[in-house]
Design a protein around this ligand. Structure first.
Ligand SMILES: [Zn+2]
Length: 214
């Protein structure tokens, strides 16, 4: 079941108040329409009835998908002790728990886990794509605006490296990276119990730690 509450919101553009519905939790299985509104971003898009301005509000949200066993905490803040405690039974059931700091991370995670692959493998693929863009395509790292997961089909991930005026797509097979994660499971382990945030910063922090030890 999904839960929501209404709040009075002051429009940042015209300063007038109106009521909006804010979701606290979304269950992708019981509410497939809400799942779609999460992926499209519509759930966070609001329109002021007074001045008609559209804007996004990223409220904290717990997104669960029991059929694929993952739970996402969308928030700028770390998961609270209460939330971690409540989620412990799910960790035991084999759920993947993640925190997403941005809407972009949030929608990407939904897609990755719906595709049935590991987001750690995806982060390695994004990193490899970024390096290939710079090393073999002579790309300028400062021009890269984002590195995004697009899809995974027949064991091959499609990763897009975007710049302001163009973008390049890379096809990365999952098998080799899955093997790398398996062989170095200590290094790439993510502790589900505290909703880790798995993104490029996380991966780079692993590389930096290793360099420090060497
Ligand atoms: Zn307004």
């Amino acid at each position: 079941m999904s839960t929501a509450h209404e709040i009075t919101y002051r429009c940042p553009y015209c300063g007038r108040d109106f009521t909006i519905t804010v979701y606290d939790s979304v269950n992708a299985v019981t509410d497939p329409d809400l799942r779609e509104r999460c992926i499209s971003g519509d759930l966070f898009r609001h329109s002021c009835p007074h001045c008609k301005t559209d804007f996004m509000i990223q409220n904290p949200l717990v997104y669960s998908d029991p059929s694929r066993k993952f739970l996402l905490w969308l928030s700028n803040e770390e998961a609270s002790e209460d939330l971690c405690r409540m989620a412990q039974p799910l960790v035991k059931q084999g759920y993947t728990l993640r925190r997403c700091g941005t809407l972009q991370e949030f929608t990407e995670k939904i897609q990755i886990f719906e595709d049935g692959i590991s987001d750690i493998v995806v982060e390695l693929a994004k990193y490899d794509s970024f390096i290939e863009f710079i090393d073999t395509r002579n790309g300028n790292p400062e021009e890269v605006t984002s590195v995004e997961y697009q899809k995974c089909e027949d064991g091959v991930m499609k990763i897009n490296v975007r710049t302001d005026d163009k973008g390049l797509s890379f096809l990365i097979p999952t098998a080799m990276l899955e093997e790398e994660v398996r062989v170095q499971s200590d290094r790439y382990e993510a502790d589900n119990s505290h909703f880790p945030r798995i993104n490029s910063d996380w991966l780079i922090s692993l590389f930096t730690e290793t360099a420090g030890e060497a």
